[in-house]
Design a protein around this ligand. Structure first.
Ligand code: 5GP
Ligand code: ZN
Length: 114
């Protein structure tokens, strides 16, 4: 999709530190990390947010989670722990409208959320 910053990263048209990629998803470091490990995992296909998901995307969303697990291990935070976040629309704090999962780790997350 034109004018989507994450589509451009996925297409290799914008720079990013890519940590994993396959035919379904791409993962790269967040440009403004809020924790020592802060990676964004995105479907390669443009889906604006969770609100646009359909039943056909269920396997893709499952793959997003297993990719997160794999990257957590790769980054050395699987045992210490990590947080996965998907923001949706204004109240969720979404600023980039290409669905993505944040993987945060390397330090203790604050709680409670919200
Ligand atoms: P959201 O607020 O939509 O859940 O998260 C968007 C995230 O994308 C933010 O954490 C922001 O720092 C990150 N981000 C925005 N633009 C870019 C970019 O061009 N490159 C990278 N690597 N991250 C970006
Ligand atoms: Zn996009």
């Amino acid at each position: 999709m034109r004018d989507c910053v994450f589509c451009k990263i996925i297409a290799g048209e914008s720079p990013a530190k890519i940590v994993f990629r396959d035919e379904q998803v791409t993962a790269f470091y967040d440009i403004h990390p809020v924790s020592p490990v802060h990676i964004l995992i995105t479907p390669n296909r443009h889906i604006a947010s969770v609100n646009q998901l359909t039943e056909e995307d269920e396997a893709l969303m499952g793959h997003l989670f297993t990719t997160a697990k794999r990257i957590a291990a790769q980054e050395g935070v699987a045992e210490s722990g990590y947080r996965l976040i998907v923001n949706t629309n204004a109240h969720g704090g979404q600023t980039v409208f290409h669905l993505h999962m944040h993987l945060l780790g390397g330090s203790r997350m604050k709680y409670p959320m919200g």
